[in-house]
Design a protein around this ligand. Sequence first.
Ligand SMILES: Cc1ncc(COP(=O)(O)O)c(C=O)c1O
Length: 383
Amino acid sequence: MMNREKTTRDPILLTPGPLTTSRRTKEAMLRDWGSWGVEFNRITDRIRTSLLQVAHDAGTHECVPLQGSGTFAVEAAIGTVVPKAGHVLVPINGAYCQRIAKICKYLDRRLSTIDYAERAQVRAEDIDARLAEDPSITHVALVHCETGAGILNPLEDVARVVAKHGKGLIVDAMSSFGAIDIDLRKFSVDAVVGASGKCLEGVPGMGFILIRRAVLEICEGNSHSLAMDLYDQWRYMEKTTQWRFTPPTHVVAALDEAIRQFEEEGGQPARGARYARNCEQLITGMQALGFQSFLPRALQAPIIVTFHAPADPTYEFKRFYDEVKQRGYILYPGKLTQVETFRIGCMGQIGGDPDGPSGMIGAVAAIADTVKSMGIKRIAAVT
Ligand SMILES: Cc1ncc(COP(=O)(O)O)c(C=O)c1O
């Protein structure tokens, strides 16, 4: 189905958060909540329980919510879980791994890295070797889905190696939580970090950290920051049932409603399957137009796909973006350092009706139409 007409609906966000949310989720924000109210605190409690269930918690972890975007939650996790004298190993294969390394520097935590190309997966064997070589490393911080290129890192293999060496593992699961299975019963992880406005399809504004209780209990005094201290946030919440500082009430209510729909859909297996379908339709459709995806299929997470920019001299991302937007879809710029790319997200309230304008087939049609209107002839990239 072609989308030649300018659309009057809100464009569909094909971005890795904020993303397109359902009407029910948006409507959940129409009420003002008092942060002291029992009803609101019940919502907080329900969310904390549900988030632990998404990760199959068997009573080992606590869910600590935190105000702010995803990076706030990652920074809070590093600052709270890693003692001041700790030493963090960060395997780096993209922009969000680099951000963790930057956080470690800001927080004055000792840092080591293993550097990979942006199209290579992190290898558990390399982490094994580095941990054997350097016993001063106390923690490994892994990005599960590196949203920079859209690559999936081997969480279970890494977790096994980290546990073998008796070290702590912190996982940035921002763009995977809810869509890709994370099973806390299967492997040992100190902290898993997620956020409201990603695969759970809430709105942005809060993060959450699932922390092993035995770890959290000994984290007092680690944090560099009062607002980011997850130990303090947890203790306060446990004591009072309330958030320590002003909660993002509308975001919390929207996440509660989004989680309800997540469960109605069939939880992580169904959410992951819908995104995988979106991803498949997207790649197949784009390849038929001549676009090349950056990653080999085996490494591609069903979350966001990076495409090479067309080689044609008439291509210019800003205009491409504007034209596709006029046809009802918002794309995302590339985040790679070496090659010119753009990204298309597979996540959000899209793909329930694959043939409708909101599905990937509609998005590919909008791109095909844009290619024609811009006069782009040579789509294959020079790689
Ligand atoms: C893997 C990963 N980590 C961290 C972040 C940072 O989140 P935010 O931009 O909400 O601070 C993102 C955002 O997309 C992400 O994909």
